[in-house]
Write a protein that binds this ligand. Structure first.
Ligand code: HEC
Ligand code: HEC
Length: 271
């Protein structure tokens, strides 16, 4: 769900960015290369290219993104997840043209050098796959069942749907993000998982995630994972006081916490 939303979003904003940037970008690079179609795959991705990309990154990018891409004033580039798109031509566009309306300006280097940095950025983005979690994934798997995470999250075919599917969460998210998801779930709540409270005129209150609303009715998935629809004429109030339905697990003991993270990190998809 969240994935689909993101992809649509990236494609449209990417196209809009390109259009908005076209004149500026031709002026910047001062040649026809900037207006030519962007190659679909990186022509500079050998180990030697990536090595040079690393040096260029230290010079032009580390000030905002950190020496290891860990982020700071700029985005964290280690999770391998990009709001502006993670395909080669999309990364190229983010770096070549900058991101309008943000701190990130176009960089003054040659097109070849941009490609070398694309290669390096991709390598940074795959770190999440190489990171070694300190906990025990097998123990974490048992905790995931006994702590009832599975009531809200599915892995493969099994589990609830009040929270995002976690089948490939270890590929999508770095360790830092996973730890924050457990300790402070309210930090990053995708719109599709926004918690809602419906107060009915009868006095009953229903908690769940918001699915849909039209003039006549309001649909939620309630905390027992059932789809429910309420006629607006019976609804007294709709509240969004609590950002996430997921409880914080900041207080559980350190070993259990690490084991859960190790398990989540081990979830790389079904292939
Ligand atoms: C002045 C600070 C600054 C510098 C320098 C900078 N960036 Fe950024 N960068 C940002 C910010 C801020 C964002 C997030 C923009 C947004 O989406 O709101 C960003 C976003 C990005 C993204 C897109 C991330 C995504 O989620 O899609 C990439 C890729 C990126 N930067 C790579 C680079 C590279 C490579 C360089 C060096 C050539 C660089 N940046 C230099 C601040 C900077
Ligand atoms: C009552 C339902 C509920 C329970 C129980 C629950 N979660 Fe969640 N979880 C959610 C919701 C809703 C979200 C999305 C909103 C957010 O990120 O806070 C979420 C988000 C997450 C994310 C981030 C996923 C992503 O793709 O960004 C992870 C990881 C996660 N939960 C792990 C766990 C683990 C591990 C447990 C058990 C220890 C657990 N959850 C228990 C509802 C739940």
């Amino acid at each position: 769900m969240r994935h689909i939303f993101w992809i649509c979003c990236c494609v449209t904003t990417f196209a809009a960015d390109l259009r908005a940037q076209a004149p500026q970008n031709a002026a910047l690079a001062g040649g026809p290369s900037a207006t030519a179609a962007i190659p679909q795959t990186n022509p500079f991705s050998s180990d030697a290219d990536i090595q040079q990309g690393s040096a260029l990154f230290q010079k032009h990018c580390a000030v905002c993104h950190g020496a290891n891409g860990e982020g700071g004033r700029g985005a964290d580039l280690t999770a391998g997840l990009y709001r502006r798109g993670g395909r080669d031509p999309e990364l190229y566009a983010s770096i070549r043209f900058g991101i309008p309306g943000t701190d990130m300006a176009p960089v003054r280097v040659t097109d070849d050098e941009v490609w070398k940095m694309v290669g390096f950025v991709k390598r940074l983005g795959s770190q999440g796959l190489l990171e070694k979690a300190p906990g025990d994934a097998a123990a974490g798997r048992l905790l995931f069942q006994s702590m009832r995470c599975v009531a809200c999250h599915s892995i493969g075919k099994e589990g609830g749907s009040l929270g995002p599917e976690l089948t490939d969460v270890g590929r999508r998210r770095g360790l830092k993000f996973l730890a924050e998801s457990l300790a402070k779930p309210e930090t990053d709540v995708p719109i599709a998982y926004r918690a809602v409270e419906i107060v009915l005129k009868s006095g009953a209150t229903i908690t769940g995630i918001r699915l849909n609303r039209d003039d006549l009715s309001f649909q939620v998935r309630d905390t027992t994972d059932n789809l429910r629809s309420f006629l607006m004429e019976n609804v007294k109030e709709i509240r969004y006081d609590r950002p996430s339905l997921m409880p914080s697990y900041a207080a559980i003991d350190q070993k259990a916490f690490n084991d859960l993270i190790a398990y989540l990190n081990s979830l790389k998809g079904t292939q």
